[in-house]
Write a protein that binds this ligand. Structure first.
Ligand code: AMP
Length: 142
């Protein structure tokens, strides 16, 4: 199964923010949309960073005043991405090696979706169940 298959069901909407937005607003957006990360884009809609709840927690550890700062002060700028053609195994490997749970999807230099560890685990479980069903059906007809 590929990233494209995950996105066909999930949709390609991605919550994006600009780097000058306040961290407090990002916290509200994460809560409102029930998500763990937002992608930071510039005026040309190019990806320039990612902010996850972990970055917010790290900022909070420096003191509550940091919440008044901007996204640019806490975002990760070296963003690892994937494409529609990547497989579940490809993205699982990338997330495990990078120790993060979100991968923006890029097609033709444009943000085309996002997959989270939750999406990947769900797709993997469905894949394993389907293979087990096929195996049972094969054995029953053999
Ligand atoms: P997460 O596990 O996704 O909550 O993110 C953990 C850390 O990795 C945070 O500092 C994020 O900013 C960063 N991060 C999340 N996703 C990515 C990504 N695709 N590429 C690079 N860094 C990321």
């Amino acid at each position: 199964m590929t990233v494209a298959a995950i996105l066909t069901r999930k949709g390609r909407d991605v919550v994006t923010v600009s780097a000058d937005l306040s961290i407090t607003t990002v916290v509200q957006m994460l809560a409102e949309h029930r998500i763990g990360a937002v992608v930071v884009t510039d005026s040309a809609k190019r990806i320039i960073g990612i902010v996850s709840e972990r970055d917010v927690v790290r900022a909070l550890a420096r003191g509550p005043d940091t919440l008044g700062g901007t996204v640019s002060s806490i975002m990760t700028t070296k963003v690892v991405t994937c494409t529609d053609r990547d497989t579940i195994n490809d993205v699982m490997t990338r997330m495990t090696e990078g120790r993060f749970r979100h991968l923006p999807v890029v097609e033709d230099d444009r943000l085309a979706g996002i997959v989270s560890i939750g999406d990947v685990v769900k797709a993997r479980i469905e894949q394993v169940e389907r293979e087990a069903d096929e195996m049972r059906a094969y054995i029953a007809t053999a």
